[in-house]
Design a protein around this ligand. Structure first.
Ligand SMILES: *Cc1c(COP(=O)(O)O)cnc(C)c1O
Length: 431
């Protein structure tokens, strides 16, 4: 469910026509819907109502401060994987005790920043990381609450690059050696061992891999309790998929029912969830303008002003996004296959091949659906393109929540050493 619909033949985000935003900010741009973000959060929270649960929104899916603040206002915590994300969560108003610090390679500086700011919940992924956290916490005279991320050796069945729970993946510690490592961890200063953490991948469209992984994690909780550890936190990670096209992933309700069934009899254990995509994915679109339509022997290329640097999912994960014209096609419009491509100098800069589309001409606007997660956050300035701006809609109002930068700012980020100043000054003169 989302709040991007045609009204009177024009695509709207909630009550705001997309064309109006395009007029104000230019293209391409990302547009997020407050009502959709809120709805996704509330449906998940509702499914877990009456349970001791922390919904820690996975900031890496969409880390715009306005998006995090929208969710924080509803009570969401945050799952962060870097100091930058921790800073964002704090700046957006997430209470430190609702922030979980995950990630396979947290540095000592990052741990220290977190502890200095009251973030005490860590998901730790290796023995050396345990030792580092122990040293940092002890030096600060504070205690870090630790869950070990265990790798259950379950294939999420998702795209290779976003499957994280296989034995060969870099994440977590093997669940088989976990009890031993918990034993070691318990003797380290500065640490309170309180949880088990798991995250097997992203864009899962089937409950079975979750079930297998959760069963193993819950078995481990029992085993650790038998060993004398006080386990009060079971972090089930994120990973729930969304429909990009024909997929029909399980809804939050079915997911919750499965968790309830599996955790029956597991008392005194708070459930932590780290949803990212399922909250933000369908709450955002990427709006782009057709620059040219180019006909060659047997292909029609629709060349857009958005490119792989703005939305890398098709190039990176072979992802397919629905693309819709901003002006609703006539009921009898003829659809013809086209290749939707960007202007970046790589064949990989292709959003879709042979995609049936209604007639499109230069100047037309189109929207990439389901672009709210792993969209803007993965954007780069490749080809020296400006970072794409972001807009948040709330009913009939909208705000630019990240403005487009300009070329001066882009160039000023580089510094020419003094031995090249003369040459550079000459060429800059042309600007
Ligand atoms: C990426 C990530 C998530 C969120 O995954 P989604 O598929 O977006 O829900 C949660 N936890 C961890 C540790 C992650 O790395």
């Amino acid at each position: 469910m989302d709040h991007f619909d045609y009204r009177d033949g024009a695509l709207h985000a909630e009550a705001v026509p997309i064309s109006e935003i395009a007029e104000a900010v230019g293209t391409p741009f990302y547009c997020y819907s407050t009502a959709t973000l809120s709805r996704h959060y509330r449906v998940l929270a509702g499914a877990f109502a009456d349970r001791d649960v922390l919904i820690a929104y996975s900031v890496k899916a969409n880390s715009n401060l306005a998006v995090i603040a929208t969710l924080a206002r509803l009570g969401a915590g945050a799952d962060v994987v870097s100091e930058g994300e921790a800073r964002r969560a704090l700046a957006a108003g997430v209470a430190p005790d609702k922030i979980v610090f995950s990630g396979v390679g947290k540095t000592r500086d990052e741990m220290d920043f977190a502890l200095a700011n009251g973030i005490t919940h860590f998901n730790v992924e290796s023995e050396p990381e345990l030792e580092a956290l122990s040293a940092v916490a002890a030096a600060r005279n504070v205690t870090a609450n630790v869950a070990l991320r265990v790798n259950p050796d379950v294939d999420a069945g998702s795209h290779h690059k976003i499957s994280t729970g296989r034995r060969t993946d870099k994440f977590g510690v093997s669940i088989d050696v976990a009890p031993e490592l918990y034993g070691q961890a318990a003797s380290l200063p500065g640490l309170t061992i309180d949880g088990v953490d798991i995250h097997i991948g992203s864009q899962l469209t089937d409950l079975e891999p979750f079930r297998r992984a959760f069963e193993r994690a819950i078995d481990l909780v029992h085993r650790l309790r038998d060993d004398g550890h006080e386990i009060t936190r079971l972090d089930l990670g994120g990973g729930l998929g969304i429909p990009y096209g024909a997929e029909s992933p399980p809804g939050p309700e079915a997911y919750a029912q499965m968790v309830f069934a599996l955790t029956e009899g597991l008392d005194g254990c708070r459930i932590v969830l780290e949803p990212g995509r399922v909250i933000a994915g369908n709450a955002g679109i990427l709006v782009s303008r057709v620059i040219y339509v180019k006909e060659s022997e047997n292909r029609r290329f629709v060349i857009l002003d958005a490119a792989m640097n703005d939305l890398i999912r098709p190039a990176m994960y072979d992802a397919s996004h629905q693309v819709e014209p901003i002006v609703e096609p006539a009921a009898d419009a003829a659809f013809h296959p086209v290749d939707l491509v960007g202007p970046v100098c790589e064949t990989g800069d292709t959003f879709a091949i042979d995609r049936p589309m209604p007639p499109l001409a230069a100047g037309d606007l189109v929207a990439f659906r389901s672009a709210g997660a792993y969209g803007a956050v993965m954007a780069s300035t490749y080809n020296s393109r400006l970072l794409v701006p972001e807009v948040l809609v709330d009913e009939d109002r909208f705000a630019i929540v990240r403005p487009r930068t300009d070329y001066e700012t882009l160039l000023d980020q580089d510094h020419v050493p003094d031995w090249l100043q003369e040459t550079a000054a000459l060429s800059r003169g042309a600007a």
